[in-house]
Design a protein around this ligand. Structure first.
Ligand code: ZN
Length: 144
């Protein structure tokens, strides 16, 4: 069944940059007791995308919004002292940009925003201004 997607939500994992996806999944399952993953897609430091949940199913990224959201995250988002920091690699930026374009084509009525931009959310996630970035981003890497 196709879900009614209204939000395309960008996140960071808020972990050290080289955290393994398996340890993030382990945290969700054992510490938070989640049955669903926190994101549909996660973007590794090298720009590779890993799908954790099909878009047709709910992921747990933003309480109160998940029913109508697709969640995309990059690994990183905090500095060595755990403070919010936009430390995306060029590869992550490029992949994120391409993913947001293709998601917005598939869900034309959905809005793209950062987790922190959702009403009622008090978080730094994803550690940058998504709308401002999208408006000014220019790819720096060569295709393939
Ligand atoms: Zn988030």
């Amino acid at each position: 069944m196709k879900r009614d997607i209204r939000y395309i939500v960008v996140h960071c994992t808020a972990t050290p940059p080289h955290t393994q996806i398996s340890s993030i999944q382990n945290y969700w399952q054992t510490k938070l007791g989640w049955k669903n993953p926190g994101y549909h897609y996660i973007i590794k430091r090298n720009g590779e995308v890993v799908m954790l949940q099909p878009e047709s199913r709910v992921a747990n990224g933003a309480k109160g919004y998940n029913e109508h959201a697709v969640h995309v995250s990059y690994i990183g988002g905090v500095d060595a002292t755990n403070k919010p920091a936009d430390n995306r690699t060029d590869e992550q930026k490029q992949t994120l940009f391409n993913m947001l374009i293709s998601l917005s084509e598939r869900y034309p009525s959905a809005v793209i925003l950062g987790h922190r931009d959702l009403p009622g959310v008090i978080k730094a996630c994803p550690s940058f201004d998504v709308m401002k970035w999208l408006a000014t981003y220019e790819p720096v890497l060569n295709p393939d």
